[in-house]
Design a protein around this ligand. Sequence first.
Ligand SMILES: C[S@@+](CC[C@H](N)C(=O)[O-])C[C@H]1O[C@@H](n2cnc3c(N)ncnc32)[C@H](O)[C@@H]1O
Length: 242
Amino acid sequence: MQSVLYTKFGEEPPSEIKLLFSEISELPDSTEQGLYWDGKELNFHWYDEHHQVERAVSFNFRETLSDLQKKLGPPPKELLGKALGKGECLTVWDLSGGTGRDALSFYHWGHKVKVFERHPVIAALLINALRTQPKMMERFEVVFGSAHEMSHYDEPEVIYYDPMYPDDVKKSRPRKEMALFKVLTGGDTDQEIVLDWAINSGAKRIILKRPLKARPGVGESNPKPTASFKGKTIRFDLWQRG
Ligand SMILES: C[S@@+](CC[C@H](N)C(=O)[O-])C[C@H]1O[C@@H](n2cnc3c(N)ncnc32)[C@H](O)[C@@H]1O
């Protein structure tokens, strides 16, 4: 396994990012692949064999929030907002961070958000994106790890879960980021366990994002959802508690 951290000009990355580098040990071997810190930006580079091109990705919360401001309506107009229901400044836990875009939708609507991401490279990109927007930290937190494997001192009102889709489903997410998740994670194989944990937690609403035509839940053991909110290609299943 090669080293996966490259720095330019001998600059050290910020300590919260550097901490995660010791966790990055399970990347596929490739000379093109790595996290690059150039003194200002953190990028992940990899070679996309399918398209025969080199790719790079970083997350920028300021840009994503400004895009959401333009595109995202108030909650009752949006499918995700309908699943979220009414309530101000709700405590929302996003169990599957990814790019952070869905979590940023909750933040944009005024909620208090905690995002969990278990892959160290993706977590490093999220933590770096938040580091550059310190004002957001009052209502937005990124945690490296899986919520269902941790002990908690607080509990959420809402849990949101968006695991990787099955391989045979066409994805509507931007190609580059989906390609990154695929290279790094290889799919989320513990979806049934995670969803069961969420449904049995103290949260009042549990929202699961699914491809439109997938069956309810993610496994045999999951109870039927209370409601489903259907879009053109995706669906949000909701379990309401209490
Ligand atoms: C489909 S992506 C989520 C996309 C995300 N909703 C967004 O807005 O970009 C799935 C991500 O969740 C992470 N993930 C999946 N299950 C997880 C778990 N149980 N704990 C922490 N992270 C998880 C994966 O590593 C991957 O980065």
